[in-house]
Design a protein around this ligand. Structure first.
Ligand SMILES: NC(=O)c1ccc[n+]([C@@H]2O[C@H](COP(=O)([O-])OP(=O)(O)OC[C@H]3O[C@@H](n4cnc5c(N)ncnc54)[C@H](OP(=O)(O)O)[C@@H]3O)[C@@H](O)[C@H]2O)c1
Length: 246
């Protein structure tokens, strides 16, 4: 099956593309580096032409509510409209567990994305996943990494990619069971263990977003609730793979 992957050059997007290929599908990458701009819609019609399904793992890196909402609302509207015109049968979008419980700027964009997808004419599935094991990596690139205090149940990006491909192969279900990893971890601890596995010497400094946002993040508002899907890779396995690759 031909499947367009919005954000197919990104962290989880690259894994989705590889997973699709391994399963015998034909992925089509939609990203600016491939001449497609989700924000403006440029190149989208050609990108989704002939696709049976679309997986949306596009992203904007920001903590600003305005920037996040503008990106995710515009990108999702353009994607849904192009997919509808092309007769796409299934749109699978990746969101974040607890994005509706924590008023962090970026999460308002994820809520906007979910609203557009769920309110649109293309049959849809939304998968909410917890933070990836890789979540603190961009922060660790700096000599002093400011890492938010956050109680998480992180999941391997690779397990998330596999779940997205499993979902796209099935009928649209609306909201899929949330996806988390096998254990609850403190994000600061995750960052420190990642830093050590990479052999880095930089400092990891815990920070707490002010007010209710910080309290919610520390207090477990980003954890999956009730029945949920669970990635199989453990964080220890993820660290061992990093060490082995050094
Ligand atoms: N990180 C986490 O812990 C986590 C957890 C749960 C869910 N998620 C969700 O997973 C999704 C993917 O996150 P990620 O960290 O894998 O993303 P990422 O590495 O930041 O990659 C972003 C992708 O979006 C593309 N993109 C950005 N702006 C674009 C535009 N205007 N037009 C077309 N393509 C554009 C980028 O390609 P170009 O730059 O070439 O355009 C790239 O392929 C996000 O929706 C995020 O909310 C993330």
């Amino acid at each position: 099956m031909k499947v367009a992957v919005a954000g197919g050059t990104g962290l989880v997007g690259g894994m989705v593309v590889a997973e699709l290929r391994a399963a015998g599908h034909e992925p089509v990458v939609l990203s600016r580096s491939r001449g497609v701009d989700l924000r403006t819609g440029a190149g989208l019609a050609a990108g989704v032409a002939g696709c049976r399904a679309v997986i949306d793992v596009g992203n904007v890196v920001t903590v600003s509510r305005k920037t996040s909402v503008e990106f995710f609302a515009a990108a999702s509207r353009n994607l849904v409209a192009a997919a509808h015109r092309a007769g796409v049968a299934h749109l699978v979008a990746l969101s974040i567990v607890g994005c509706d419980r924590v008023d962090f700027g970026y999460y308002f964009g994820k809520r906007a994305q979910e609203e557009v997808v769920a309110g649109g004419p293309v049959p849809w599935t939304i998968l909410r996943a917890t933070q990836f094991f890789e979540f603190p990596e961009p922060l660790l690139a700096k000599p002093i990494a400011l890492v938010p205090r956050m109680l998480s149940q992180p999941v391997a990006a690779a397990d998330t990619a596999a779940e997205l491909v499993r979902l796209v192969e099935r009928e649209p279900v609306g909201r899929a069971p949330e996806l988390g990893g096998p254990e609850r971890l403190d994000m600061v601890d995750v960052a420190r263990r990642l830093s050590a596995a990479h052999g880095r010497r930089g400092l990891v400094v815990p920070v707490s977003p002010p007010g209710r946002v910080g309290a919610a993040m520390r207090g477990g508002a980003l954890l999956p609730r009730g029945e949920h899907a669970c990635g199989s890779r453990t964080f220890a396995e993820h660290l061992a793979a990093i060490r082995a690759a050094r």
